[in-house]
Design a protein around this ligand. Structure first.
Ligand code: AMP
Length: 435
């Protein structure tokens, strides 16, 4: 679904465009309109599903389009860790870039300068505050936090907050808030104690469950960060040593499937293609040839990624990054069936790095970035964080020590060997608890 179909304010659509989002993720499709309509929500959705934008977009929309009291906090997002607070604040900055909606992350640690900045924002009524529980209570206890007109309360990663013992703190914060408000609760899991919390906070909530499967553990996943023209020589190099094996290569577009099949056939590989332009009988014949090992390399669109069961596939190659995490999991799940081992390679061009970063978030881990053969030349650096416009028109002063998107793109690193070192994405830090 396109974001323009959701009825979001034009200025927000501009922000979405600048973030490079093209279509809404499933959780976004399901919650954005109900939130705009004022419903309370309880959603089980984990990191990587696009849940942050799922609640930020409709909340920004409501703040922009409904009458609001000036100099009052309108929305409060309570999160378990300072890392998550910073991450949400960064998403907020990008998505609200073309609006006048202001925001501030409020979390423990830091110095007196941070505290004064937070105090100023909370006193003069920043629109959206993203906070860790303990720090918010410290501010609330001092009496200057302008919450009397607060309309939207969001609890993100609520299961983690309960695990970390924040239940009482959350209830204490809520005791300071107006009773009339919209409540949104996001959690990766829904244990019994979460239901209990939900019962106390939410009113007649809409329940949403975004189930995300995980790929089997025995699949070895690797990725190659490349420039577009390097894909053909790379796939030939990868396939050269694998003549006895069954390989599926996934491409997003039919045209690409046809072209790549021709290129591989020209390189004397036993390759064939399968896509929606073929008649059913032709498809069945190709599949039969593949099962019989007459065809060793099957180049396919996503019609093959779900459902069709071909045993003993040794290798899946994603010639491009699949649209979303679920597609990725379905594609690589073609290998390592019935407990056997399998390998999945993904080619990532510069324009696809952000998508792959999202898939890694969904997987809950980084996929090893393997070096390409040296003769292919320098490859791009891996930096999945999308570049964004810097700064925003005169809102609250920024924290001196906050995270930012200053990483430079594609410096061009040359890998020293084939299958040796690993590129680590920047900014992968462990979350630290913070009250
Ligand atoms: P989250 O689950 O909120 O942590 O989001 C995971 C990643 O997906 C973040 O890097 C977001 O910027 C990105 N993201 C969120 N929504 C979309 C979308 N509709 N299209 C592409 N990327 C998105």
């Amino acid at each position: 679904m396109k974001f323009t179909e959701l009825g979001l304010d034009e200025r927000i659509i501009e922000g979405i465009d600048s973030m490079g989002y093209e279509t809404a993720t499933p959780v976004q499709e399901q919650v954005i309109q109900p939130i705009m309509a004022g419903k309370d929500i309880i959603a089980s959705a984990q990191t990587g599903t696009g849940k942050t934008a799922a609640f930020l977009l409709p909340v920004i929309h409501r703040i922009l389009t409904e009458p609001q009291e000036e100099h009052q906090i309108k929305a409060m997002i309570i999160v378990p860790t300072r890392e998550l607070a910073v991450q949400i604040e960064q998403a907020m900055e990008g998505l609200s870039y073309f609006t006048s909606v202001s925001s501030m992350a409020v979390y423990g640690g830091g110095d007196g300068i941070n505290f004064s900045l937070e105090k100023k924002a909370l006193t003069t009524g920043v629109d959206v505050v993203i906070c860790t529980p303990g720090r918010m209570i410290t501010h609330l206890n001092m009496g200057y936090v302008q919450v009397k007109s607060l309309k939207y309360l969001i609890l993100d990663e609520a299961d983690r907050m309960l695990d970390m013992g924040f239940n009482d703190d959350i209830m204490k914060i809520i005791s300071h808030l107006p009773k009339q408000r919209q409540n949104l609760l996001f959690s990766a899991t829904m244990p019994a104690k979460m239901r209990e919390l939900a019962r106390k906070i939410l009113h007649n909530p809409l329940e949403i469950n975004i189930a995300v499967s995980k790929p089997p553990e025995q699949i070895v996943q690797e990725a190659f960060v490349v420039y577009e023209p390097q894909k053909i020589p790379l796939i030939k190099a990868l396939l050269a040593g694998r003549e006895q094996q069954s390989v599926i290569v996934f491409c997003s577009r039919k045209q690409q499937v046809k072209q790549l099949t021709r290129d591989l056939q020209r390189a004397n590989l036993q390759a064939d293609e399968i896509h929606a332009d073929l008649e059913q009988t032709q498809r069945e014949q190709v599949l039969q040839d593949f099962r019989n090992r007459k065809v060793k390399v099957l180049v396919a669109t996503d019609i093959l990624s779900r459902g069709i069961d071909v045993e003993d596939i040794d290798l899946v190659i994603n010639y491009d990054v699949p649209h979303d995490g679920e597609d990725y999991i379905h594609r690589i799940g073609r290998t390592a069936r019935a407990e056997s081992k399998g390998t999945a390679y993904t080619f990532i061009t510069e324009g696809e790095q952000a998508s792959f970063g999202r898939i890694e978030k969904l997987l809950g881990k980084e996929v090893t970035k393997s070096p390409v053969p040296e003769q292919l030349g320098p490859t791009p650096a891996y930096n999945p964080r999308a570049a964004r416009p810097a700064g925003r028109g005169g809102q609250y002063p920024q924290r001196p020590n906050r995270g930012g998107h200053t990483d430079s793109h594609s410096k061009g690193t040359r890998h020293q060997g084939f299958r040796s070192s690993v590129h680590r994405p920047k900014g992968s830090s462990n979350s630290s608890a913070n009250g």
